[in-house]
Design a protein around this ligand. Structure first.
Ligand code: NAP
Length: 371
């Protein structure tokens, strides 16, 4: 245990409330990485509209638009600075002090409410200690982690008074339910859910795999292609009648689903213009247990775990450890999330469900597994 580390978690910072709520994800308004950039006007209008709609938590990062998101946020939020919380990040290869100084200049602020390590890579423990020093200097009111394993989150709590963990969570991408979210609940950490709309997919606007522009990061996301796209499309078709019955746009249904999950503190919904803000941040109705079960049933039907063929078991004997590990657990019942979590428990290089799904899809294509 480092000197000064806390073993308990003190009173939550002012942006974490007992009721889960929506926050504004400011990646897309950074103006890069999301296809043809909108002019600054509509991007700024999105932030201002979110404030008008009562949103008080804004998540950004130095990497979003190469500082563009922080600069835009700083300008748009200046008149309301004391009424809103700004969370930014430090890149996994960056020097925390220099990174935060540059962020504060762009944000035109003396402090951030939350400073998060963007990803826990090689020197993450040292970086976290630096984040804590910055907190002690008053430049960050609280510190948090993103994109870490449950083992790293537990370790982080021995190093510094981390108050939040941020990870991906939407009704398709549910790795977090295995280990990290239960850990956050147990240790009193606020959980910030990112990509709640699966990068826009859950707005229901794609009936075929989209062709994103070269500079759009979604070109590289596996769920916009192949078998995974098709499974997700089927789920979205199954969700439409549920959304219609509740008179809700699909995007809002998807956000309400995340808000209803136990342990979620803030759902970071991305929006690139005023219209999307109006749709996503309109008053959200709490989903009933029956609606949540109906949504989960639609998802489960499309994501049935695969079974191995006898030939696969024989072939896999000579494969690499990770592939063998996956094959040994294919039994027609075990989910990709469970397999990935069990691998990650061993403390080696972590695995996520996406890697299991992509590999199993290859087995299905080759006739070596079936659903
Ligand atoms: N810590 C991390 O590593 C990490 C990683 C990713 C995200 N995040 C945070 O989480 C936030 C949210 O994630 P995200 O922005 O990646 O994904 P998201 O919230 O799942 O999706 C946002 C995108 O969906 C589309 N969209 C949103 N509302 C819509 C609506 N009503 N109708 C139609 N399309 C709509 C927009 O893009 P188009 O209009 O272009 O389709 C928008 O940019 C980010 O902004 C960021 O703050 C953190």
């Amino acid at each position: 245990m480092r000197p000064g580390a806390r073993t308990d978690i003190g009173p939550p910072p002012r942006f974490i409330t007992s009721e889960p709520r929506l926050g504004f994800g400011a990646w897309a308004v950074g103006g890069e990485g999301w296809g043809a950039p909108d002019d600054e006007g509509p991007r700024r209008a999105a932030v201002e509209r979110a404030v008008e709609r009562g949103i008080t938590f804004f998540d950004t990062a130095p990497s979003y638009g190469h500082g563009g998101s922080e600069t835009l946020l700083g300008a748009a939020i200046k008149p309301f600075r004391e009424r809103v919380a700004i969370a930014t990040k430090v890149g996994p290869l960056d020097d925390p002090r220099k990174s935060l100084e540059a962020s504060l200049r762009r944000l035109a602020s003396d402090y951030v409410d939350l400073l998060q390590l963007h990803e826990a890579l090689e020197r993450w423990e040292w970086q976290l200690e630096q984040l804590y020093e910055l907190q002690e200097k008053g430049k960050a009111l609280a510190i948090g982690l993103c994109n870490a394993t449950h083992l790293q989150i537990s370790r982080a709590l021995e190093i510094a008074p981390v108050v939040t963990y941020q990870g991906p969570y939407n009704l398709f991408d549910r790795d977090i339910e295995q280990r990290a979210l239960p850990l956050c609940r147990e240790r009193g950490l606020g959980f910030l859910a990112y990509r709640p709309l699966a990068s826009g997919l859950l707005a229901g606007k794609y009936t075929a795999p989209p062709e994103f522009a070269a500079a759009d990061h979604r070109r590289g996301i596996y769920w916009f292609k192949g078998a995974e796209f098709e499974r997700r499309r089927l789920v979205i078709e199954g969700l439409r009648p549920i959304a219609q019955r509740l008179d809700m746009p699909l995007a809002r249904l998807a956000l309400a689903w995340v808000l209803a999950q136990p342990g979620v503190s803030i759902v970071l919904a991305g929006a690139r213009n005023r219209e999307q803000v109006d749709q996503n941040f309109a008053a959200t109705r709490r989903l009933t247990p029956d609606t949540l079960s109906a949504i989960d049933a639609v998802v489960a039907e499309a994501f049935r775990p695969a079974r191995p063929t006898p030939q696969l078991k024989e072939l896999a004997g000579s494969w690499a450890a990770r592939e063998r590990f996956i094959v040994e657990r294919l039994d027609g019942a075990t989910s990709a999330e469970t397999i990935a979590a069990e691998w990650t428990d061993r403390g080696d290089k972590p695995m996520i469900a996406a890697q299991v799904k992509v590999f199993v899809d290859q087995l299905l294509e080759q006739g070596l597994a079936e659903v």
